[in-house]
Design a protein around this ligand. Sequence first.
Ligand code: ATP
Length: 241
Amino acid sequence: PHAPPLVIEGLAKTYKNGFTAVRDVSFTVERGMVLGLLGPNGAGKTTVLRMLMGLIRPTAGRITAFGAPVGPGAPVLADIGAFVEGPGFLPHLSGTENLRLYWAATGRPADEAHLEEALEIAGLGDSIHRRVGTYSQGMRQRLAIAQAMLGLPDLLVLDEPTNGLDPPQIHAMRDVLRRYAAGGRTVLVSSHLLAEVEQTCTHVVVMHHGVVVATGSVEDVIAGGGAASFTVDAPERAAEV
Ligand code: ATP
C-alpha cells in the first residue's frame, strides 16, 4: 500500500517574537482528495503551508509526504507543486513562454506532455498565446496554477489561489482542481471562504486561532456545524459567493 500524500502530526509553530501561530495540528490527506484548509485570516493556514513547503521550521511535530519526512534540510520533493500568491510573470511574454521560462529555470528537462496537460487542466484556451500583460487577474491566477501543476505533482499545494477572483471564476476553479485530482492526484488548498471550500473541495480541515476545530468531508463538517466558529469571523466575505 502507498503512503498517504500527506500526514501532519502534532505540528506547532512559535515565531521568534514568541507568538504561537499553530499548535498541535494533525490531519491526513488521502489520495484523490481536494482538501480545503479553511479558516479566517490569522488562523495559521499559511504558517502550516510554509512548514509543509519546507520554508520555515516547525517548533514541534512531523510532516510526512508519501512516507518521507518534509522540512528544512530534507530533500525538496519533486512531487509537491506549490503556489503561493501570484508569482511575477513577464508581461511582454505569452503565457506559454512564461511557463517554459519558469520550467527551464527549475533546471528540469522540458516535458511537452506535462506542459500540454497543465495548460489543458488550467483551461486557459487560446489566450495562452497572448501576452500576459493583457491577462485579467483570473487568467493570471490560472496561469499561476498551471505553473504549479507543470510537473503534474502528485500533491498540489495552493495557498489562497482564488484571492481576488469573482464568483464565476471561483466556480471555474472547482473544475480545475477536481479535474486535477481525478487523475489520482491530490490537492491541498487554503481559503478563508466557507462557500468556496463548499463548492471546490471534497474534504475540509477547519482552523481557528492556530488549532484544528473540525475535519471531515465537506458535507459532514458543514452539517455538523464544524465551520460555525469560522463564519462568525468572516460573514461579509462568506456571503459574497
Ligand atoms: P492569512 O489568510 O491572513 O494568510 P493565515 O490563516 O494564513 O491567514 P498565518 O499567515 O499563518 O494565517 O498567520 C497566523 C498568525 O501568525 C497571525 O496572527 C500572524 O500575524 C502571525 N504571524 C505570521 N507570520 C509571523 C511571523 N513571521 N512572526 C510573528 N507572527 C507571525
